[in-house]
Design a protein around this ligand. Structure first.
Ligand code: C2E
Ligand code: MG
Ligand code: MG
Ligand code: MG
Length: 277
């Protein structure tokens, strides 16, 4: 199947998610090998604090350098890892790599290093204790403080038993961010009940903010509500100066997006930390 498909297209992978069991097995096997043979790597996207005008954190984003298909984005293989049970191992690798990278940047030059690193966590990873053990190991191996690690989770996971995994991590000092806020099934209970430090406004709202009053109103009131509840706010997907100015005026704490910086390999992070906005 794979050989019939052109190189460099993601079509195959998209179809594969709906394909038969054999095809999936091949992909899962390849993903297994990818983990073992170092085909996965991380890029980091800066989070810029508007009050300080500098990078305060970076978000780790996993990629797969596939020997035939080239670089595969996470949207194409994370679902597969979730279905196959490989997500715990993949997530463990991401956590350890991200913590090790932050420790390296900080030891070389704190001035050119982010203060913290954020790691995306799938809801599946919260179903067992695997994540808890991964976090503990990643922190102890790297020597980071729990406060230097932030986990990004989407809204949905806050509603069921998985919330207790999050409370335990939060009690241990790890920071929590609600990713893609506003995109899922809402959210006011989440803001009220859970120990999230950060709310990340979904980039769909930011994308429309220039043209639509409703999106501006939602962003402004989310910022006000989050602040009222003692949370800070990150706007995702900032691509234009107009959006940036708007978010500044609204009192948004942090911004992330292609306007500020695209995701970059670990070696490029120290240089990004010297930029000022
Ligand atoms: P996310 O956590 O919401 O990450 C933000 C995504 O938006 C990233 O895509 C990033 O490259 C992209 N982005 C950043 N700035 C802009 C912008 O200005 N404009 C636009 N159009 N896009 C922007 P990416 O790297 O493809 O990641 C997609 C999703 O895959 C992530 O969404 C996250 O949910 C998931 N993901 C990535 N890495 C991991 C991981 O290590 N573990 C898990 N479980 N999920 C991951
Ligand atoms: Mg994220
Ligand atoms: Mg997001
Ligand atoms: Mg997203």
């Amino acid at each position: 199947e794979a050989k019939r498909v052109e190189r460099g297209t993601w079509r195959f992978y998209e179809q594969a998610l709906d394909a038969d069991r054999d095809t999936r097995t091949v992909l899962v096997t390849q993903l297994h090998e990818a983990l073992a043979s170092g085909q996965l790597f991380l890029e980091y996207q800066p989070k810029v604090c508007l009050a300080r005008g500098r990078v305060v954190g970076v978000e780790a984003l996993v990629r797969w350098r596939h020997p035939e298909q080239g670089i595969i984005p996470p949207t194409q293989f994370i679902p597969l890892a979730e279905e196959s049970g490989l997500i715990d191992e993949l997530g463990d690798w991401v956590l350890r790599r991200a913590c090790a990278d932050l420790a390296t940047w900080r030891s070389r030059s704190p001035r050119e290093a982010p203060e913290q690193v954020s790691v995306n966590v799938s809801g599946i990873q919260l179903r067992t204790e695997a994540l808890w053990h991964s976090v503990r190991r990643a922190l102890s191996e790297s020597g980071l403080n729990p406060e230097q690690l932030e986990l990004e989770v989407t809204e949905g996971v806050f509603y069921d038993a998985r919330a207790s995994s999050l409370r335990r991590l939060s009690a241990a000092g790890v920071r929590l961010a609600i990713d893609d806020y506003g995109k899922g099934y809402s959210s006011l209970f989440v803001l009220r009940d859970l120990p999230a430090n950060v709310v990340k406004i979904d980039r769909a709202f930011v994308a429309n903010a220039q043209n639509r009053f409703a999106d501006r109103a939602i962003i402004a009131s989310t910022i006000a509500l989050a602040h009222e509840l003692g949370r800070s706010v990150v706007a995702e997907g900032v691509e234009t100066q107009v959006q940036l100015q708007m978010l500044r005026n609204m009192g948004c704490d942090m911004v992330q997006g292609f306007l500020l910086a695209k995701p970059a390999i670990a070696a490029k992070v120290p240089k990004l930390c010297l930029m000022r906005w």
